[in-house]
Design a protein around this ligand. Structure first.
Ligand code: BG6
Length: 491
């Protein structure tokens, strides 16, 4: 439980993120008695509203969204923490209300649940009204820019008011329990870490497939695309956690330094290799879970006759270092795919010599790390068939570690619960450093440039499929195939 005196200020308190993620996460932390008595919340937005009305509205939203997790007693306690403060972000004098509300003894945390274009203005007005002291922290949501240069501008702007150690950049994937478990899996298990390199591993796949489309964000998304929306942040974070060297300690600086090193070791995809190593797709109409869905260009808000924005990306990536030389990392992510699944699959090499008559390549050991849904780990092993009829035949069996079996409180916490807790505790280990942001933009910029130079068009794929056939060719040309996990939606 946090014992520090914290004043959490949420800018954009009436926005989608606040309603869907931040307030539910804070409520859950309170319910789990992790918030302490002293945390206060200032909900800041532009609308003219009094605190009582805001609290009533948030109460209704939480009640509806939390279902069985709603708790009247917790709500009675939680709502006392909240004050609503109306601020028009461009009106400097209005920030005085915040200074009056806050208390010098306490640590202020400014959570920017606003578009990034607001970060600079809000910081400036906070500064000029004396709201920022030497303890204050700031939390930034993505996107941090849309390329390397613009990310530097955002970071420079915020950096004028806050030193790097007090800037918390969110990548919500780092808040997922299963993503943190990558550290435990890799570095607390000798059996795993002793086999984690190019002498034992054939290749690694990282898939983040979504069934949702662009959810009413056509205009925004069309200027962004799946590479910037998912790869630059979430997939490269997963890749760096899977492939980085062991940090000396589980401390923010140590972990972040290893991730940066890994990101900088990624071999660029450029004009020379872009056609062999990268595929772009865009969904056409199709079916998802038995229902018809429209194509990207027919989505609500579509403002153009045609668009070359990708809603799907598949990549073959190499990491140029001692450990991973020659091991391909296949990454894919897309909207409107067949199933919602995020998984990392490690395929081990064949044995150096086959002594069993029916030993075949299908029998490779595989480690399947299911990040969502059905969180858990599966290890595919080869075992003798339990049969007297056969002398010694082999079959594939699976060891299954299901995280739902052992989770405290019966539910896996949402990523934002963990992230808010760590900001309150002042621990940066699950936040992204400026160097990481810049290294990943640098890599994505090269790829975007190569797509532009080579005029690479998106390939159509049907909604409800696993992406364009070129994505299958990307991996099948190497004699491998995408691994499909059977998901069980009942969990
Ligand atoms: C966000 C992207 O960062 O992550 C969305 O902007 C995407 O487009 C979402 O849908 C996916 O998150 P999750 O946790 O559902 O995998």
């Amino acid at each position: 439980m946090s014992s520090s005196k914290i004043d959490l200020v949420i800018f954009g308190a009436r926005g989608d993120l606040s309603r869907r993620k931040l307030f539910p996460a804070l409520f859950q932390l309170d319910k789990a008695e992790l918030l302490g008595d002293t945390v206060r919340i200032a909900a800041v937005a532009r609308q003219e509203l009094d605190s009582a009305t805001f609290i009533e509205q948030i109460g209704d939203i939480l009640k509806t969204n939390l279902g069985d997790d709603w708790d009247k007693t917790v709500w009675a306690r939680f709502k006392k923490r909240i004050d609503y403060i109306r601020i028009e972000f461009s009106e400097k004098e209005q920030f005085n209300a915040l200074r009056e509300w806050s208390d010098k003894d306490r640590t202020l945390i400014f959570y920017m649940a606003t578009p990034p274009s607001m970060f600079g203005l809000i910081c400036k007005n906070l500064d000029e009204t004396g709201c920022i002291d030497k303890k204050a922290r700031i939390v930034l949501e993505k996107p941090i820019g849309h390329d390397l240069e613009s990310s530097k501008e955002v970071n420079d702007t915020v950096g004028q008011y806050f030193p790097e150690r007090r800037i918390y950049r969110i990548d919500h994937y780092l808040g997922k329990e299963t993503v943190q478990n990558l550290l435990a899996l890799r570095f607390a298990n000798r059996i795993i870490n002793s086999q984690w390199d190019n002498s034992c591993i054939d290749h690694i796949q990282i898939t983040a497939a979504e069934t949702v489309g662009i959810e009413g964000r056509w205009t925004y998304y069309d200027g962004v695309g799946q590479l910037r929306d998912m790869v630059q942040n979430h997939l490269l974070q997963l890749l760096s956690l899977v492939a980085m060297e062991p940090p000396n300690k589980v401390e923010a600086d140590e972990i972040r330094a290893e991730k940066v090193k890994l990101l900088r070791a990624m071999k660029p995809i450029n004009q020379k290799n872009v056609k062999d190593q990268a595929v772009r797709g865009q969904y056409a109409a199709g079916w998802i879970a038995g229902d018809p869905v429209v194509g990207y260009m027919e989505e609500e808000g579509s403002a153009a006759d045609s668009s070359n924005t990708e809603t799907f990306v598949a990549l073959k990536v190499f990491v140029d270092n001692w450990r991973w030389a020659g091991v391909p990392f296949y990454l894919r992510t897309g909207k409107r795919m067949k199933e919602k699944v995020t998984q990392i699959v490690i395929t081990y090499k064949d044995n150096p010599h086959a002594i069993f008559a029916d030993d075949d390549s299908e029998a490779n050991n595989r480690l399947v790390i299911r990040l969502q849904p059905n969180e858990g780990i599966q290890l595919e092993m080869v075992s003798k068939k339990q049969s007297m009829k056969e002398r010694l035949s082999l079959e594939k069996r699976t060891l299954n570690l299901d995280f739902h079996d052992s989770v405290e409180g019966g539910r896996i916490a949402d990523a934002y619960e963990r992230l808010l807790l760590e900001v309150i505790n002042g621990d940066q280990w699950l936040f992204v450093s400026r160097d990481e942001v810049e290294a990943s933009w640098q890599w994505c910029d090269d790829l975007l440039q190569a797509w532009a130079d080579k005029k690479v068009d998106t390939k159509a794929y049907s909604a409800g499929s696993w992406g364009p056939s070129k994505a299958d060719m990307l991996i099948e040309n190497d004699g491998r195939s995408w691994y499909q996990v059977e998901t069980d939606s009942s969990k």
